[in-house]
Design a protein around this ligand. Sequence first.
Ligand code: ATP
Length: 266
Amino acid sequence: MLRLRNVEVAYGRLTALRRVSLHVDQGEIVSLIGANGAGKSTLLRTVAGLQRAGGGTVQFRGQDVTALRAEKVVALGCSLVPEGRQVFATMPVRENLLLGATVQYRRGKAAEVEADLARMFALFPRLAERQAQLAGTLSGGEQQMLAMARALMARPALVMLDEPSMGLAPLVVKDVLRAIQAIRGEGATVLLVEQNARAALRIADRGYVLENGRIVLEGSAEDLLGNHDVQRAYLGGDQSEARAAEARQASGPAEAAQAGKAKEDR
Ligand code: ATP
């Protein structure tokens, strides 16, 4: 679905991405984790055509999109849910969603837009209740749902989310994570950028760790959750995930199920 090879991005003399290579397969949820300033947003913006790569290539569905403009990338089926939601505050919820469908009108799929709106309202019932409300008056969690739904209105094959949990209360974060799983359930592939590494890895299939613009670690979400370096740097030093992963590896199916249940209970 998506493949980056040796991507380099610089802002003047500051190098933000150094020879970054990663891939996302169809149907996966892949998390990119990293500290403030590691280059996560830069990576998503580069794929989305909002930032130019100084080197390397970005391939989306087999096509080289490295030099494409943002509208072209969206038209090909790759949508970005930007950091900070960026909904149109003075417009109602419904109009925000219709703006997300611009690319569908261009594709000659205007007839499908009403059905897509209905799908979004089924997926995000809170938005259905608030169709006429100005987006700027929604709660943070509702704005995040709106930003996700707006991206989905373009019928993307790949949805990239930049820090969707930022600034949200823990319970709302859970709703957002469930919504991301539902997005995958609808057939989209997901690339998820998060500082909240634990939350992101719990719903992901695989993950990458970005430090100072470089990929320093990659693996299955389970392996990363169990990795001591990841634990120390990104999971607040909590070793319980590591112990659970070790228990699963060392034990038979019954104990593994128990370890899995313990994880659920937390
Ligand atoms: P955060 O989680 O804080 O958003 P991030 O991992 O998304 O961080 P980026 O926003 O990609 O990181 O930033 C990577 C580096 O590039 C940082 O050092 C940042 O200061 C710098 N940078 C980002 N955007 C610009 C810009 N438009 N001009 C100059 N430097 C920038």
